[in-house]
Design a protein around this ligand. Structure first.
Ligand SMILES: C[S@@+](CC[C@H](N)C(=O)[O-])C[C@H]1O[C@@H](n2cnc3c(N)ncnc32)[C@H](O)[C@@H]1O
Length: 433
């Protein structure tokens, strides 16, 4: 059996919505960072696994070039098998270790994506990755990565230590997974009888183990390397390699949203400690952080209104009805009030064309006036700002050959704007391809 744990238990990869180039570019733009041109661009994914993220990206974006690198032969074999079935000519995979990847690449990239890798490799590989990203990223390019975050991840780290100790005697990774699942199940049931908040927190983490698929257990809880970082510590590391923080790629998703009032509250109540961001992570129980970096330091972290005016907007907010005039509801149940008649009219027009978008200046007579409100709604996930040139999402009934394959291997399909739509929710019934 191969020594590579990803060959022993392949990772069950999935498309990550906010890694779509147009979403990364928009996120950067909204925070005053660079936004690569979407007419033609190059994307590199390091640790691309079985290609579940790259394949839909490439399939819907024929104008761009995509390259994936991964060190697990099983992953690359799966990725190549899937590629053959669809054959987009703008996607290539290379089987190689990150430490040898430099010589396998040509040129620089507008976007580099590294999801689920930085915390899970030894320090020497992490530094090689940073060097590779810094040398291969264009000056106005964007690097996306994520890592396990302290101090919130420490709770998961405690569970990991317990499971590692509990499964040490098992001879194979597969047996360790089975043993870990049994142990986590017993612990969850035992803690369920306790009412103390600590027991509830811990029970929640053990339940998380039970609910996840085998490959997640193997590579999050039973892996040799899993290093969580304080945000300030990780930012210093990135700065050392000439990379500058732009924004959180998932700032407008529930996983990454932080209330601006939390920052103010921590400051005014004199709670900062050594670092404001670290303290925000502490009080918001953040376990994973998804920063976006560029080689150019961000000047003023605000968007340029003259660029924003060229954005498109898509919305499925629906008027509640005559009993609550001016109020709109999102399918998630959240309600917002729109005070201006022009905005009311625009929201009604947008609902008619959802999920397609319309240019801001075609929708509103004085779009500048509404930029702050629209950004607020976007940041709260209530409507979508989009960059011109973003792929137009298809209607849910438009199943294409990619979707048919995704349904076979993972019970989901990916839309053109990189949303993963789940067809079945139980992970345990999904086996890696
Ligand atoms: C946890 S998986 C994440 C896969 C995918 N990015 C995702 O998030 O679904 C980590 C990936 O990094 C790859 N990897 C880890 N260390 C590597 C190395 N030294 N060289 C090349 N690939 C490596 C593994 O083979 C695996 O596919």
């Amino acid at each position: 059996m191969s020594a590579n744990p990803y060959d022993q238990v392949p990772y069950h990869c999935q498309p990550i919505e906010w890694t779509a180039p147009e979403r990364l570019a928009l996120c950067s733009l909204l925070h005053g960072g660079p936004a690569p041109d979407l007419q033609q661009y190059r994307v590199l994914e390091l640790g691309c696994g079985d290609g579940a993220n790259l394949l839909p990206l490439a399939y819907y974006r024929p104008q761009a070039e995509f390259i994936g690198i991964d060190g697990a032969a099983t992953h690359i074999d799966t990725a190549l098998g899937r590629l053959k079935q669809l054959d987009p000519c703008n996607l290539q995979y290379h089987h190689c270790d990150f430490q040898q990847a430099e010589s396998r690449l040509d040129g620089r990239f507008d976007f580099i994506i590294v999801h689920g890798v930085f915390s899970w490799v030894p320090d020497v590989v992490r530094d090689a990755l940073f060097e590779l990203c810094a040398s291969r990223l264009k000056d106005d390019g964007l690097l996306y990565l994520n890592y396990n975050t302290k101090p919130g991840w420490n709770i998961r780290g405690m569970v990991r230590e317990y499971l590692l100790a509990h499964t040490r005697a098992q001879p194979s990774l597969t047996e360790k997974i089975q043993q870990a699942r049994v142990a986590a199940g017993k612990m969850t049931r035992s803690l369920a009888e306790e009412s103390h908040p600590y027991s509830k927190l811990l029970a929640n983490e053990f339940q998380f183990v039970c609910d996840n698929h085998d490959s997640y257990l193997a590579h999050e809880f039973l892996t040799e390397h899993n290093h969580a970082y304080w945000r300030s510590e990780f930012m210093s590391l990135a700065n050392h390699f000439g990379l500058h923080y732009v924004a959180d790629a998932d700032h407008n998703y529930s996983s990454g949203r932080t209330s601006p009032s939390l920052y103010k509250q921590i400051e005014t109540q004199d709670l900062i400690g050594t670092n404001l961001n670290d303290t925000v992570d502490l009080v918001s129980y953040r376990q994973l952080h998804t920063p976006l970096f560029s080689k150019t330091p961000v000047g003023i972290p605000h968007p340029d209104p003259d660029i924003l005016i060229n954005l498109q907007v898509a919305s499925c907010l629906q008027a509640i009805g005559p009993h609550k005039p001016h109020w709109y509801q999102h399918p998630n149940g959240y309600q917002v009030e729109a005070k201006d008649n022009g905005l009311l009219y625009a929201l009604d027009r947008l609902l008619d064309i959802w999920p397609r978008s319309a240019p801001l200046d075609a929708l509103l007579e004085h779009p500048h006036q509404f930029l702050d409100d629209l950004i607020l709604l976007h940041n709260n996930g209530l409507l979508e700002l989009r960059l011109a040139g973003s792929p137009s999402p298809q209607e849910s009934s438009d199943f294409n050959p990619l979707n048919a394959l995704e349904q076979q291997w993972g019970n989901y399909y990916t839309t053109a704007n990189h949303q993963r739509v789940e067809l079945q929710t139980h992970y345990n019934s999904v086996e890696p391809a």
